[in-house]
Design a protein around this ligand. Sequence first.
Ligand SMILES: C[S@@+](CC[C@H](N)C(=O)[O-])C[C@H]1O[C@@H](n2cnc3c(N)ncnc32)[C@H](O)[C@@H]1O
Length: 237
Amino acid sequence: MNIYDNEEFFTSYIALRNGQNYNDLLETPAMLSLIGDVKGKDILDIGCGFGKTDSMLIDMGASSVIGIDKSEKMIRKAMAENSRDRIEYMVMDAEDITLPSNAFDIVYSSLCFHYIEDYSSLLRNIHRMLKSGGMLLFSQEHPITTADYDGSFSSDNRSYTFSSYQKEGRRCSTWFVDGVITYHRTFSTILTELVQNHFNINTVLEPKPTENAIKELPRIIREYEKPSFLILKSYKI
Ligand SMILES: C[S@@+](CC[C@H](N)C(=O)[O-])C[C@H]1O[C@@H](n2cnc3c(N)ncnc32)[C@H](O)[C@@H]1O
């Protein structure tokens, strides 16, 4: 079962998203700063969650958005809260996407790739579904976070735990509940596999919080010590 369909996890995650959070203050603005003009674009959102960004993309002028997510609870919430005429939500595993080839101008994915075991196979499938010259824009937890990181900061916010960076593969951690499975890949693997799967790399971003974000959520200043997110913008070649 996808951890996002675990009742306790889902309730805690939604509560997190309803307050001041890193997604709204840091990650989503950074992603949208890179996406460019979406007017008339057909977009696939992989791991769309409850669809908050998908309704924004339609409001920004996208021609169509397909949002897929493995979690039934997420897709139910997306349909209830972020439906639009030109959005279609589907329960679908990112590791087994069966949508048409050459169908999308943009494949967008926010904080889902670190849940994916076979990154290379996902990239091959995305390449197939993108139109010629199409954009892949994704964020994931930063590899210094996915390595082995227990979230501890010193009281002065200037040091943190970090280990096992070169040991790639499955991690089992506690976030709201025990048994949250993610996959660690090094920065070099993430970039090399993109290139080997015929994407060029346009932008690499480790987003930093704005003054306003720090005012809204003071602990986000820790992002200056350890970035939580890695964002990559690339194009199909
Ligand atoms: C951190 S949430 C982000 C949700 C959304 N992209 C957003 O930014 O609001 C990660 C999402 O990835 C989804 N996910 C995890 N593994 C997946 C998989 N194998 N296939 C599709 N979705 C997956 C989860 O169900 C969850 O909705």
